[in-house]
Unconditional design. Sequence first.
Length: 138
Amino acid sequence: MHEHDESSLPEAFWGVARQLRHLTKDALAPWQVSPSQARALGVLGKEDALRLNVLAEQLRIAPRSVTEVVDDLEARGLVERRADPADRRATLVALTGPGRETVAAIGAARRAEADRFFGTLSPADRAHLIRILKQLAT
């Protein structure tokens, strides 16, 4: 297949996506968190506290699935549940101190992996790739 054949574009894209998933999994290994747990920690790292249903919406997963993710993270001391002062029936979830430290460490490890992975590209190629991916994302 010719390298400019458009039918090879999806295969190339998914090949890169697979490599990034493997790199992410490897980067998360020291903290023994799954990709879904890491995503939840990342969302919570940007918020003070969230209701479980809002966290589920932001993660685009079912509420029962977010409950399982939060249960696992809570058992490890990375998040805590607390009563929502605005609605006694609702529960908020927030990072703990160790959770914030874990989010920072995971972020640094993922940035280092991404720098290594994309470091094979020139700065101009990285800029073009960012521009193209942002264009596709809209």
